[in-house]
Ligand binder design. Structure first.
Ligand SMILES: Nc1ncnc2c1ncn2[C@@H]1O[C@H](COP(=O)(O)OP(=O)(O)OP(=O)(O)O)[C@@H](O)[C@H]1O
Ligand SMILES: [Mg+2]
Length: 234
């Protein structure tokens, strides 16, 4: 579904990603873990076409997307839930969700997708008319995920969805991610909560200082010295 090949990314003269190669297979959930500043968000933004100062190859479903603006990458079925959620606080829950469905294919099934999102997050259904800015942190994260789903993506990129959430709300969010994946959406998940992330992933990559330094099934990463030292601090 997603193939990233030899990707370099830059902020001006500074390089943030070095020769990154990774895959997310169709129907897979893959985690991207690594310490602060490793380049995880840069990778997500590069795949989504939000960060464009890159060199290398990124294909989605076989189509080259490097150099495309974010809305064109979205047309290839990619949706992002950015770090820090970023819902539109002065708009209602319902209107935030509508915004997610702007691409033509998504607009056609808007009603059905909205029902799915409300099924996944009943709390949003109950607060459909409420201003997004008045939702709790967890509800805002659900809304950010719901808005991404409204685009009817094939590939969902999630950047630290559990950041700042209480454990019980984090559980709900992770259950929702697993359900989304079971419905056939491929997921690339950036997470600090490594145990929870590995639990729902078939594979994971460890990024450090802009480079992929390990990758494989969850067990191998749990046992990996670099993961234990750099990420878990053990
Ligand atoms: N807008 C920017 N301008 C310049 N440098 C940036 C910018 N955004 C990120 N960087 C740098 O790029 C590197 C990777 O940052 P990035 O945000 O991708 O890391 P991250 O793995 O997502 O970290 P975190 O876990 O803290 O979210 C860091 O060294 C960071 O300082
Ligand atoms: Mg980040």
């Amino acid at each position: 579904m997603l193939e990233v090949r030899n990707l370099d990314a830059f902020y001006g003269a500074a390089q943030a990603l070095w020769d990154v190669t990774l895959d997310v297979g169709a129907g897979e959930t893959v985690s991207l873990i690594g310490p602060n500043g490793a380049g995880k968000s840069t990778l997500v933004m590069s795949v989504g076409g939000v960060h464009s100062s890159v060199r290398g190859r990124i294909t989605v479903g076989g189509a080259e997307v490097v150099g495309l603006p974010a809305h064109r990458v979205c047309d290839h079925g990619v949706a992002i839930v950015p770090e820090g959620r970023r819902v539109f606080g002065h708009m209602s829950v319902h209107d935030n969700l509508c915004l997610g469905a702007y691409r033509r294919a998504a607009r056609a099934r808007y009603r059905a997708t909205l029902d799915e999102v409300f099924g996944l997050f009943p709390r949003l259904a109950a607060r459909s008319a409420q201003l997004a800015g008045s939702l709790s942190g967890g509800e805002q994260q659900m809304l950010a995920i719901g808005r991404a789903l409204m685009a009817a993506p094939r590939l969902l990129l999630l950047d630290e969805p559990s950041l700042g959430l209480a454990p019980v709300v984090t559980d709900e969010v992770f259950e929702a991610i697993a359900t989304i994946n079971q419905a056939g959406v491929s997921v690339l998940l950036v997470e600090q909560d490594i145990d929870r992330a590995l639990d729902i992933s078939s594979r994971a990559y460890l990024l450090a200082e802009g480079r992929v330094i390990a990758g494989g099934p969850p067990e191998t990463l749990r046992d990996n010295e670099d993961v234990r030292r750099d990420v878990l601090g053990i």
